[in-house]
Design a binder for this molecule. Sequence first.
Ligand code: SAJ
Length: 438
Amino acid sequence: MAKNKIMVNFQKKIKDRQIRIAVVGLGYVGFPLALEFAKKGVKVTGIEIDHDRLKSISNKISYISDISTSELKKVISGGNFKASGNFSDIKDADAILICVPTPLKGRYLPDISFIKTAVEQVALHLKNKALVVLESTTYPGTTEEEILPIFEKHGFRHERDFFLCFSPERIDPGNKKFPVQKIPKVMGGLSPLATLLATEIYQIIIKQVVPVSSPRAAETVKLLENTFRLINIGLIDELSMMAHKMKIDIWEVIQAASTKPFGFMPFYPGPGVGGHCIPKDPLYLHWKAKSFGFHSRFIKLASDLIRYMPEYVVKRVNQVLDSRNCRLKGAKILVMGVTYKKDIKDLRKSPSLDVINSLKKHGARVSYFDPIIPFLKLKGLDLESVRLSDKKIKEFDCLIIATDHSGIDYLRVLKSAKLIFDARNVYKGKHREKVERL
Ligand code: SAJ
């Protein structure tokens, strides 16, 4: 079929809302994406292998903090969205968007097994001339070197039988200002036509689609974005340790530096870096660069430094207890906030968990409080969140503000607390008689 005929055919199907989209992976990336297309009148099939998630969807209950159950109910009753555990349900899809996890194997190694498994399944059921877009964050070259060969092994030839793109997901969990439809979408196709077709599809829900020359350019865009964050968070973590030694208030310095109207972007020290992106994505780039004989010292240094932060927090707590003739060993410590960032119900790689384990290693008696995590059963921990009360707070030798959830009366906590280590600048440097700041 001539190229422009394919384009015209696509555009007509989009205009008439005859286009069919399948989203593989209904997590914090795929689920909002699928629902946005469904809200625009597109027939969407969500493919999800996790039975609990499928059950939750069939009960019309959302398991993603960025999707309310009422919104899910509304979209499902609109009739354009259905979820399935069977890849055979993508057989009518004109576009398949793959949003599956890309974790690490061990400390440094990329694990693209979820992508490969999904792609093998897609290739088994892909209809002719369909578009495939990989959204999962991965190292440069994955789409061209790992994904394309899988389709070719199944007899597909690019442009003759299907179209392939990479488009990095940019979801920022909990960011109400920038929901998926408001975040410009970078698109790198294996050919200009692939990029154009994908642009037509995504412009159904996203105003700005940013074309780049290739999938590997698009893969690298995402890694630049997240490596930028890792390096800068690592830098400010190191400067916070330096400033403490030099008796300089790093928080005051950051605030003043932020008045510069250009050329500066504030980052803030914390007990470490959690989440499914920032601690991991840069290591994908580091790993791939090494195969070209290039060793990125920045990425390794920032990654090692942020991993040290939980231990540094415990070291500081030990020092401040020591200055009050209280030993960390045997001390009763309450860790406030265990998710990886405020107001997000997600424990993945949360530094708070490393702080808890490190405190236990030093013999402290550790409890935690988190309004959105009632139980903590992972990384060797089996704890239940304490019920916060004035009386309860008085029991502890020290509280550590590890994640600064909203909706907590921190001044009231201060009244009852003997000592607080504030790793998130909740108290803005005030109440120094009781509050030690990172
Ligand atoms: N953090 C700091 N200091 C900072 C900023 C963050 O210690 O100045 C810590 C946070 O507490 C958290 C971790 O770093 O533990 C990551 O924070 P984040 O704000 O980067 O949040 P994420 O991981 O949710 O990053 C998301 C990413 N989106 C995805 O979830 C895939 C990432 O792609 C975005 O670049 C990022 O949002 C963003 O732009 O805000």
